[in-house]
Design a protein around this ligand. Structure first.
Ligand code: SIN
Ligand code: MN
Length: 275
């Protein structure tokens, strides 16, 4: 479903847009069963917390690889995901930069420090910030279980030079303390993206975001589907990060039929079995 003109204006103004109840409980049940299956696989694309629980599962959208999944492959091709993403990126030719499921397990799931995704992606060789992420919440998201926080409008600041943060089991480029304090003191308060499973959010690659520890008794499962405009694909070299973070498949992603609301057998349910 495309964004209305008002929604697109809101996305451009705030750097993010929430889509309540975009996926049904039946669809979410399929995605959750797949997440549980994938979390049991021992492979480099499944990243663990230092305490042992699963932190992230990468590359769930392709036809090949250990963490492939028909259900997630179908999810990323639905018009509900792809139409707003194409509008946000300003191009009908977009591809998936990477997918990752952040499982943030109860009690042990740790922080994602304040960062901009483009902090890493420019370093990968993407010359323009024509990128964004569509996230689907597969469990209820609450402040207590480590909800994603965003700083509204912060994408207008452009890219802030990051530092390499090594404090978590998945090391990445984050925003320095002094820069982040300046941003927080001069911005509207951060907004927690909370809501029941099935809630989605689309956000710009320069939007500042972070999330805290999961202090609750329940896991917090989100999938982050990150997109790039095909025209913005980086040049690949021997130093490029692996395919599961910087996809080598830069072909335009086709929209596939979304039968989920037609009353016939839902595509995601049919796609539930592993390839
Ligand atoms: C991310 O920004 O990549 C992940 C944030 C989260 O899972 O809370
Ligand atoms: Mn991020």
């Amino acid at each position: 479903m495309p964004m209305t003109r008002e929604q697109l204006e809101q996305y451009r103004r705030d750097g993010y847009l929430i889509f309540p109840a975009l996926f049904s409980p039946a669809e979410i049940a399929v995605l959750r069963a797949e997440t549980a299956r994938l979390a049991a696989i021992e492979v480099e694309t499944v990243i663990r917390e230092r305490t042992g629980g699963v932190r992230s599962i990468f590359r769930v959208h392709e036809d090949d690889g250990a963490t492939r999944s028909r259900a997630f492959r179908a999810l990323v091709r639905t018009p509900r995901v792809l139409e707003p993403t194409r509008q946000a990126l300003g191009s009908d030719e977009v591809y998936i930069y990477h997918t990752k499921i952040n499982t943030k397990p109860a009690i042990e799931g740790t922080v994602w420090m304040w960062h901009q995704d483009y902090g890493s992606w420019q370093r990968d060789g993407c010359t323009r910030p024509d990128m964004g992420t569509f996230a689907v919440m597969m469990t209820d998201s609450t402040e207590m279980n480590g909800a994603l926080y965003v700083v509204p409008g912060s994408h207008h600041r452009g890219r802030i030079d990051p530092y390499y943060d090594e404090n978590t089991s998945y090391k990445f480029w984050a925003v320095r303390k002094r820069d982040m304090i300046e941003v927080l003191r001069s911005s509207p308060p951060p907004v927690p993206i909370i809501g029941p499973a099935g809630t989605c959010v689309l956000f710009h690659c320069n939007l500042l975001h972070a999330s805290g520890h999961n202090l609750s008794a329940e896991d917090r499962w989100h999938i982050y589907i990150s997109f790039n405009a095909c025209a913005n694909a980086p040049k690949f070299t021997a130093q490029s990060r692996p395919d599961w973070v910087v996809s080598r498949n830069t072909q335009p992603l086709p929209i596939e039929a979304d039968t989920l609301s037609s009353g016939t057998e839902p595509e995601l349910v049919r796609a539930a079995s592993p390839i």
